[in-house]
Design a protein around this ligand. Structure first.
Ligand code: RUB
Length: 335
């Protein structure tokens, strides 16, 4: 078997991983589609003729792409979607194996794009005439629901939180304004101030745990808290590949911690070495704070997350019940 070196992966595959790591490609759905595409490119560019070597090369490529960012389960789920199809088949040639990977990646990407369209249609049904909406970060799924509801003439205006430190709210604000919505960009700290004027909150998700807890951009749980206090409904728009099968057995959802320089400039950090800066970028919203999760398979209460996982990942009742620890946990923040 030939020795594996990351540099033997096609340049484009390494670039996709780097773009995910540095957030040029960001948002759980896009990350997933990019991950699947990277595997298709890796397969296309493979230049050997031994099937076992190809499979071993693809496994390494999969691990490499998967490790780009830790929190959004959409990435490992997309990678497993493709890899399971390769590993379950018994291809007789590299060409056959290559085609399995390429078609599985294309199928995932197609499924993913279509899922967002279905979520938009289903989600828009939950928006009522004249609704004022609030959203956080930039979620393609959440934006698609809001735009569809707007196209049906239902949305009065949208409050878009800036979403520090990376300001993804600006992407959302532009997308919604371009779609013709009345958009008001607000500072993160004003969420409670504006909540009394809001009828519905719509956000996306990076990962949904077996108990219905939603892991999304840091600050989502605060929006949810303010919404609950003001008795405003909160909807999560998320494709089913954002549900985490690992959480069924009590696995942790790692919370990504990013560079302090996303919060303060390097110069300031150097001038104030006594100050430690900590930058976790996702948080956990408990199921009690979520009214419904809008998936392409239907709208479910968060408590039904386990049913989606059972359907999507073929888990049986005994699989679920025989686990010692099904309670959802998340990684404690460690400074
Ligand atoms: C993006 C984020 C989004 C989800 C869902 O975080 O938290 O709400 O990923 O997005 P980041 P989508 O900018 O750090 O990737 O609906 O587009 O999948």
């Amino acid at each position: 078997m030939t020795e594996f070196n990351i540099n033997t992966l096609p340049k484009e595959v390494r670039k996709i991983r780097e773009d995910i790591r540095t957030m040029i490609i960001r948002g759980a759905g896009r990350i997933a589609r990019a991950g699947a595409k990277a595997l298709a490119i890796a397969a296309e560019e493979y230049r050997g003729n031994n099937v076992e070597d190809f499979i071993s090369y693809m496994k390494k490529a999969a691990e490499y792409v998967k490790s780009a960012r830790p929190t959004a389960v959409s990435l490992p789920n997309a990678i497993s979607y493709v890899m399971t199809r390769l590993l379950r088949a018994s291809p007789g040639s590299v060409e056959e194996a290559r085609q399995i990977v390429i078609s599985a990646a294309e199928e995932f990407i197609e499924y993913s794009k279509n899922a967002v369209k279905v979520i938009a249609e289903l989600g828009a049904k939950r928006i009522e005439n004249g609704d004022v909406i609030m959203t956080h970060c930039h979620s393609t799924a959440a934006v698609s629901v809001i735009v569809e509801a707007h196209n049906q003439g239902k949305v009065s205006k949208v409050y878009v939180k800036e979403t520090r430190p990376k300001m993804q709210g600006l992407i959302t604000a532009k997308a919604l304004a371009d779609a013709g919505l009345d958009v008001i960009l607000i500072p993160d700290s004003s969420v409670r101030y504006f909540m009394k004027r809001v009828n519905k909150v719509v956000v996306g998700a990076d990962t949904i745990a077996a108990n219905g807890a939603v892991i999304n951009k840091i600050g989502t749980s605060l929006v949810a808290l303010a919404a609950k206090e003001a008795r405003v409904r909160l909807y999560v728009a998320a494709e089913t590949y954002k549900f985490s099968p690992q959480t069924v057995i009590g696995e942790l959802v790692p919370i990504e911690v990013r560079d302090p320089r996303e919060i303060v400039e390097d110069e300031w950090l150097k001038a104030n070495p006594q100050v430690r800066v900590y930058n976790p970028v996702f948080d956990v919203t408990p199921p009690e704070y979520i009214d419904a999760i809008i998936t392409e398979k239907g709208i479910i209460p968060p408590q039904a997350a386990i049913l989606i996982l059972m359907e999507e990942y073929g888990l049986s009742i005994s699989d679920v019940l025989s686990r010692e620890q099904v309670e959802f946990k998340y990684e404690e923040l460690r400074e």
